[in-house]
Design a protein around this ligand. Sequence first.
Ligand code: PLP
Length: 394
Amino acid sequence: MVSEKCLELGTARSCIRELFEYGLRQAAVVGRENVYDYSLGNPSIPAPAKVNETFISILRDTDSLAVHSYTPATGGPEARRAVAEDLNRRFGTAIRGENIFFTCGAAPALLSVIRALAVKDAEILAIAPFFPEYRPFVEGCGAAFRVVPANTETFQISLESLEAQLTPHTQAIIVNSPNNPSGVVYTRETLEKVGALLTRKGAEYGHPIYIIADEPYRELVYDGVEVPFIPTIYANTIVCYSYSKSLSLPGERIGYVCVPDQAADSQQVFAAVAGAARVLGHVCAPSLQQRVVAACTDLRPDLEAYDRNRNLLYDALTSYGYQCPKPQGAFYMFVKAPGGDSQAFSQRAKEKNLLLVPGDDFGCPEFFRICTCVSQDMIRRSLPVFRELIETQA
Ligand code: PLP
């Protein structure tokens, strides 16, 4: 016998994976150049050269036994300090190494925090559109997953919709900015209002409501848009970070949780995150990767290719009549499906080998997602198909 819930999660179809695999099969039939695959968000710019050089120099110059040893469960003290100092330099905070818990990317970081907060009857909120994995993360930890409906005008957070979802059982809301899938960056004004609302409701309920800031795209922004560091706006913020996108290292699995001292019950929360990581087996993140990111905190990706793709797609699609917010960050576009049904529209697109992800799993069934981390050449070849689809939409 196996757990039914795990069996269901392990065998459930992942729409994104299915599309990606369909694309590979179709490429063998119609040729790679005739498949336009916008399904998977895999970084398409290489890691900065210094990252690879750092891997090599650590392996070459450091005692092998030390590099490959277990670190403390939380991560090595020097790497934790390097991350904290980098945050303080950039955001004027007073974060200490002791506030950082290294993880294998943002996914285990989120899971550890959610698990740590999953008290009896806990409710965790996500703001649509949201990263689909939040639902299994929350439900897998035994908490209730609640959705704050999207504000499809601006894709900022609707205060009214958020307030309507808050209850005395709300433990946390997950805030992801720059956002996957919309590419929208929540403004300082939005976040200040959210912070004020959570402060008021937390006082009313007699317990803090945490923001879980999911920030794998923090550095992926265009046109100098500000990505406010949420702990500087709302004290009860726990940050989940990943180097998967910011250093183009998704396969290396490295990130962290940061529980600043200012967050309510911070020591208890940090200890509970450590306990959650322990029961989930997410302790001692890879030692080599900890050392590499600690030496590369000041590196930023060269976003030119993503930015070019973003402008090319946005300008072309809107000129054909598609509607979408112009992404300010990350590498996605969230486009209103002509006809209003993204399943039906994506199916029509798939018949022309254009692979778009329907928005249902993101909490917005009338939109579809495009990953813009693709080759510019593929974008150019796909544009006539986008145009034909909207022109022939009934
Ligand atoms: N959160 C969001 C919004 C994401 O888009 C992703 C990955 O695509 C993750 C978390 C998980 O990132 P990681 O690769 O660091 O586990």
